[in-house]
Design a protein around this ligand. Structure first.
Ligand SMILES: Nc1ncnc2c1ncn2[C@@H]1O[C@H](COP(=O)(O)OP(=O)(O)OP(=O)(O)O)[C@@H](O)[C@H]1O
Ligand SMILES: [Mg+2]
Length: 353
């Protein structure tokens, strides 16, 4: 029996044209849409806005406390409504942790095809979101719900932190090492799932990773040698590393062989399981990435694979990286690895096999 028939008679994923962070617009399309908007401000207290494609907006209050605000929502990439709610909530909370903050409350964002989805199924999605917020120690204090053609769920999240704890995606320094806290393969597993071919053990691996809170981000921000943090989501490891390189005005090099993958990720990618978003990602930023000559196409698909609720990409002083990695692994992120380095040079990305 495969996992696609195990959870519910009505396939939640059948109601959506795409799912998870694979629903995100490609970075180049987003840039075009956001271009030429009227500029209002400047606002001296807006420490982080949209300039570097960072994870959340940050506003500094009078006493130095920062308010962090973010929203994330998407269509389902699994059929179990409770799992979908948990994944969407974990993903939405991640942007607050990636800025170095702690969430304080959330609002739920819900879209449901009210004539197609049973009430109990919608309730399960909401319960999944609540369960994750409870784990994060925060309330869902409200929300907004609409009748929509496809199911949508996510959160708007508010967090806080002292100004000194803010970690932008643009703070990487030459001489830093890069740590990635989760394994890659969410999009490849999701594409396999959608085709009904994902074995149950792989489904369990997918859920375990995508419902693991990135709460270690708040602790990392307490270390002065941690210079930049972002979460790896829809644009894949290459896209988010490139955002870090461009924002920081540095060259980033990654070692593909050091990146942890889900157990069956390579095998499934080689068999051709890939999301449309992976192709869109490469088309959008491939010109800024130097890959090894003989890299098989399926390996490139892993590097551009959209990671719904992926891990944190952490840029820290190289001489403290091993020690930090041990702390991260001890905090429950067994797949964390040191995957690359930051150097002076033209902003861009180089990948070694
Ligand atoms: N419609 C929009 N209007 C204004 N800013 C936007 C809009 N959509 C996205 N952005 C901004 O563009 C940047 C990149 O968006 P993106 O959704 O990739 O960030 P993100 O929330 O970190 O994503 P993820 O949760 O997948 O990590 C962010 O700074 C985000 O706030
Ligand atoms: Mg993010």
């Amino acid at each position: 029996m495969d996992s696609s028939t195990a959870s519910t008679p009505l396939r939640l994923t059948a109601l959506a044209h795409g799912g998870g962070c694979g629903c995100k617009l490609a970075p180049s399309v987003l840039q075009q849409l956001l271009a030429e908007q009227p500029v209002v401000g400047p606002f001296a207290r807006l420490l982080v806005g949209t300039e570097t494609g960072d994870d959340a907006a940050v506003w500094q209050l009078d006493d130095g406390t920062c308010v962090i605000a973010t929203t994330d929502f998407f269509m389902p990439m699994v059929d179990d409504p409770f799992d979908f709610g948990r994944i969407a909530a974990t993903n939405a909370l991640s942007d607050v942790y990636a800025m170095g903050g702690k969430p304080i409350m959330a609002l739920a964002i819900l879209g449901t095809p009210i004539d197609k989805m049973p009430t109990e199924m919608v309730r399960e999605i909401l319960k999944g979101g609540s369960a994750i917020c409870a784990e994060a120690g925060i309330p869902i204090a409200g929300g907004h719900s609409i009748d929509s053609p496809e199911p949508i769920y996510g959160l708007a999240v508010i967090g806080t932190c002292p100004a000194s704890s803010i970690r932008r995606n643009s703070g990487a320094q030459a001489g830093d090492a890069l740590i990635l806290t989760k394994a890659l393969g969410v999009g490849i597993y999701s594409a396999t799932f959608k085709k009904g071919a994902l074995p149950l053990d792989a489904y369990a691996e997918l859920i375990a990773s995508t419902t693991l809170l990135n709460s270690v981000g708040a602790e990392l921000a307490g270390h002065a040698h941690v210079h930049a943090v972002t979460d790896v989501t829809g644009f894949g490891i290459l896209g988010h590393a490139l955002e870090m390189a461009r924002g920081s005005n540095k060259q980033i090099s990654l070692r593909a062989c050091d990146i942890a993958l889900f157990t069956r990720c390579a095998e499934l990618a080689e068999q051709g399981f890939v999301t449309g978003a992976s192709h869109r990602n490469w088309a959008s930023y491939g010109m800024s990435v130097l890959l090894p000559d003989a890299l098989p196409i399926w390996q490139r698909h892993i590097l551009t694979d959209p990671q719904t609720s992926g891990g944190l990409l952490v840029s820290c002083s190289a001489d403290r990286a091993e020690e930090l990695l041990q702390d991260i692994v001890a905090a429950g992120y067994a797949a964390a690895r040191i995957i690359g380095a930051v150097e002076e040079g033209k902003p861009g990305l180089r990948v070694a096999a």
